[in-house]
Each structure stands twice: as C-alpha cells, then as structure tokens.
Design a binder for this molecule. Sequence first.
Ligand code: PA5
Length: 462
Amino acid sequence: MQLNYANMLNTPQTGIQITEAEVQAQLPGVKAIIEALNKGEGDNQDRGVPMLGWQTYARELTAADIQRIQETAQGLAARCDIIFIIGIGGSYLGPKAVIEALYGKNYNDLLKTKIYFLGCDTDPEFYAHCLQIAADKNAGAIVISKSGTTTEPAIAFRFAKQLIAKKQGPLAKDYIIAVTDARKGALRQAADAEGYASFVIPDNIGGRFSVITPVGLVPIAAAGLDIAEYIRGYVDARADIDSPDPEYNPAAIYALLRFLAWQKGAAVEYQVTNSAFFESSIAWTMQLEPESEGHQGHGLHVVPAVFPRDLHSIGQLIQQGPRNLIEIATKILKPRVDLEVPEFADNTDELNYIRQNKLTLRDINGMTIDGPLAAHYAAGVPNMTIELEALTPFYLGKYHYMLMKATAIQGYLLGHNPFIQPGVQFWKDRLFAMAGKPGYEKQHQEYLAARQKASAQHSVGG
Ligand code: PA5
C-alpha cells in the first residue's frame, strides 16, 4: 500500500497551494501526535472511556476467538436462505464495504445465502420489498448495535424478529446473532433473555472504528470470506502506520496534507476510485472522516465519486468549478481479471484501434483515473492516490488501519478529540423526541409546538 502525493504539492494554478517546506515544518508536530496515539495518551475519551482499542484489538484476538466467529456466522449462513444484516452508521458501513469489495455490488448473485442490509433506512416500501423476498424462506438476522437503542436498526430488528418467529417458532433464537455491548442496552438484554448467540463490541472502540471487531467480522464471515486474512492485513499495516517517523508513514502524510489543504481553504474532498468494487469502501471513509473531523467548525465535506461514471456529471465541476477542493483517489494495482475489448470486422464504432494498440480494458480503466487526476491537478485541484495492491481481505485490512490512524492524527492536527460524535447523538435524541419516546415528553411537546408554528408561517403552494 503506497501513498503518492506529488500532485498535492505546488498546484500549478489557482486553488489550494501546499509546498514541501510547509509539510516539513509540520512533521515534528505530527510525530508527537503519533507517539501520543501509540502510547494511548491525549484527549481520546468518549464518555470517560479512552477510545483507542482499534489500535490493539486485532492483535489481541486469539485463534479461538476467530474460530468462534467463523463457526457461529457460517452456521447461521448454513441454516438460512437469507440473512438480514441490521445496523446503521458504524454498525453497517464496514461489513458492507468489505463484502462489496470482495464480491462486487451484485454479491447476491454469487452467494448461496443472500444478504440484505436493513436498518439504515426507514422507507416502508423498501421494508415491504425485503420482507416479501424473505416471506417463505429461512431468514436469519445479524443485528448490530453498540448502544442497542438506536431507533432505525431497532425497528428493523422488530420486523426481522417477527418474520423469523413466524417461520421458525421456538427455534427462532437459533436464527439470530446479536453484536452489541457486553453489559448494557436493550439488545444485550434481549440477547441474554432470548439466548441468541452474541458477540461483544468493546467499550473502547467507537462505531466508525469497529470494522475490525465482530461488527465487521461476523457479517464478513457469514458471507464466507476469510476473516483471518483480513485481521492479518490489519495487523501487518502497523509496521508502517504506527511508525513515529511521519516521513515514512502514509497515514501521517495523508492526514497532514488533508489538514494543510483544509487550513488553506479546501472545503470539499472527493474520494475517488475507478474500481466498481470499491464504491462502498468510499462510503465507509465518508463516515470515518467527517464524523471524526466535523467538530467545532472543522473538517472537509467528503464526496464520493466513481470514475469514469461521475466524470460525465460532477466531473464538470471538478474540472472548472470553484477551486476549494482536493481529490483523494484509491487505485487497485492488480485487478483480479483483465479483458480484451472485442474486435469486430465492420468496426462501425471505430474501436478496433484499442486492441490494435495492444490496450486492454484494464488499460482503459487506468486512463479514466490517471488522465482526470492529471487534468484536475493542472486545473488547480491538488490530489493524492492510495495504491492498493489488490482487493483481497489482507489489503482491505491494511487500508482500514491506515485510514483509521490517519483520521485520528487528523483530528489532533485540527485541534479536537476525534473520538466523539455529539452531532450524531443529537440526531438519535432528536428522533426520540419527535416520535415521543417515553422519557422525552417535554422535548416531544416542544417539537410539536415548533412544528405547528413552522407550518403556520412561510409555506407556499396548494
Ligand atoms: O460511529 C458512530 O458512533 C455511529 O455511526 C454509530 O455507529 C451508529 O449511530 C449506530 O450506533 P449503534 O451501534 O449504537 O446502534
């Protein structure tokens, strides 16, 4: 895994300008941040708990832990035609990213036991569709919630539970795996009371850092993927990523360049890829970075883009719009397959030259990222590229550890604790208040009054 950042420096036009000297000047500060993270020091607590468990958890997993996850998850898959993976935010994006990176967006075409993600939406049409698909089948659920009280996945779990109970009767508990807190929350209570197989999300690992815990590992194993390899890659990344020498540490340089760009006025970061399999991995990054950085007015808006698709839409703005953006690309160096573009005798579309020039589809795909990155740089958009050797569990593990460490470093460069998420908690509480959850009576009344006032003013249309 390599980070190429030449295009972050000395942008040839107007736009965010960063120099090598500015990078060098910040290195001692970055070194101090990495050392503090490695030693577990600094402002890193969420509600009194230091949130650095993601740095050590993978190393502490035993062979027996991994085997239990694998056997339980694969046992569920063997009993089910369909598994609902229920969770939201950090309890959803990690497993989805890994499953799609390895099987592609159409993963259900390859899987014997189909996987549907539920609980990150509340759309009744989508619910009805999923429930209808599962109606006559052996359905199971992996329900993931650290707090165990988040409304959206809790609603999804009710529907899944009802469906499973209808089909399996007293055996329903064997079709459910809970991944939640060790002691507290409604999901822990239900797991213990009903006897579900369950796994613990450690107190010291927040949602967006939790893909290395059973949050990611149980669904990934249920999809038949090699979790031991994923863990091995995650641990292997430490040699580079924990290095206190920022010049040789891709996480440090990645964080520092994003920080300098933000300091100089960058507002938007496009997370770009030319791998259709990697789109959900970008969605994972889109949580990790903004939820950790978006505090006290800090942070970049992270926008996903898949090339060449989005070059034909948002590409216009990247090329010629406001110069307040940067781009971060992830390229997969060795795609699993390559294809020859067919040659046709009539050549009416004039594409025979591709093969005659000894180019394959992989070459064209490479051009659809290398070309735009060069053109964007020339037009004032600094960019850097993460090069991943291949889409395998091992390299995904490495990628995840690098991005997590970079995000932690970034938070401290910005000057705040990156391990809290009061803005997300605000929404959870707001939904409780709007829906009138017991205990939220006062907030519910305030909400009703405000809604009435708002609808009485400033409305137009028939
Ligand atoms: O990163 C976070 O803290 C959030 O995205 C949570 O993961 C998300 O809100 C789900 O929370 P929970 O796992 O408690 O249901």
